[in-house]
Design a protein around this ligand. Structure first.
Ligand code: 5RP
Length: 263
């Protein structure tokens, strides 16, 4: 999942359906994942999507989402349990399991105990656990003070990797977290430059990469987007180079589409 030559990773997050249902542009997971999977270092999905929509020939390591139990219709999203056993994760041959923790929420304790149980079980089989510092609908929680606390708790309980959000003073979050961090993208940002800037700042300030979903596959040019993000994360491309790559890829796609129409 983490490329040994760079120590970095581009993870493609496609696990939103477990509480959001057929969310925009992830209505048919296979169609969303297929063009993108070759440009990621790991693919995050649930077992239902793994079984139904991931071709075994695709070689991306799998990060299996194993927490859930609450839908987007509920005001409080923190009431999650473990939805997939470690035995099934082993059977599915996944590279890691992932669950959300909800620090400061009604179900803080249950989610942290879910994490500790998962780490205990994962250690038996050598399966790493990624903790996700979820904020539910309270997106305004995403500041350095809160995220430092949540990431540190996750690491102390034994998470091998933490997925969090980028924020102002992100270095503080990185400094206080003794295990590697990746950043989510969150809801779709206004422009492509905003997304690329987020990825660049995150890795410059100490994240080992991204675990991003909506800002890739909700973009009109998802392949161009993941390629540009990959250039930033794995090749230290500058923002200018990444934007140029995005525009070149977009132009190539347009040309292919026009050629297909005229034929
Ligand atoms: C869904 C998740 C997502 O994997 C995570 O939020 C990353 O996706 P996005 O970049 O769309 O925020 O945990 O529950």
């Amino acid at each position: 999942m983490i490329k040994p030559n760079t120590g970095r990773s581009v993870m493609l997050a496609c696990d939103h359906g477990y509480f959001m249902g057929p969310t925009h542009r992830l209505e048919e997971p296979k169609k969303t994942i297929q063009p993108l999977v070759h440009y990621c270092d790991a693919l995050a999905v649930t077992r239902g999507v793994l079984r139904s929509s991931v071709d075994p020939k695709w070689d991306a390591p799998i990060i299996l989402r194993v927490s859930g139990g609450t839908s987007v219709l509920k005001e409080d999203l923190s009431d999650e349990g473990i939805t997939t056993s470690m035995k099934d994760a082993v059977r599915l041959n996944v590279s890691a399991v992932a669950l959300s923790i909800f620090v400061g929420s009604t179900h803080e304790k249950e989610s942290l105990l879910n994490l500790s149980k998962l780490v205990d079980e994962g250690e038996e089989f050598g399966i790493p656990v990624m903790a996700i510092t979820a904020v539910g609908k309270e997106l305004e929680k995403r500041d350095a003070r809160y995220l430092s606390l949540a990431c540190r708790l996750a690491a102390e309980i034994g998470a091998h990797l933490v997925k969090t959000y980028y924020c102002e003073e992100f270095e503080k979050v990185v400094t206080g977290c003794p295990v590697p961090l990746v950043v989510a993208g969150g809801p779709k940002l206004k422009t492509e430059v905003d997304v690329l800037e987020l990825a660049q700042r995150a890795v410059r300030e100490g994240a080992i990469g991204v675990d991003m979903g909506r800002n890739i596959w909700q973009n009109d040019q998802p392949v161009a987007m993941i390629k540009a993000i990959r250039a930033i994360v794995q090749e230290n491309a500058t923002l200018k180079e990444a934007i140029q790559l995005f525009n070149e890829e977009k132009a190539k796609t347009k040309l292919r589409e026009e050629t297909a129409i005229s034929v």
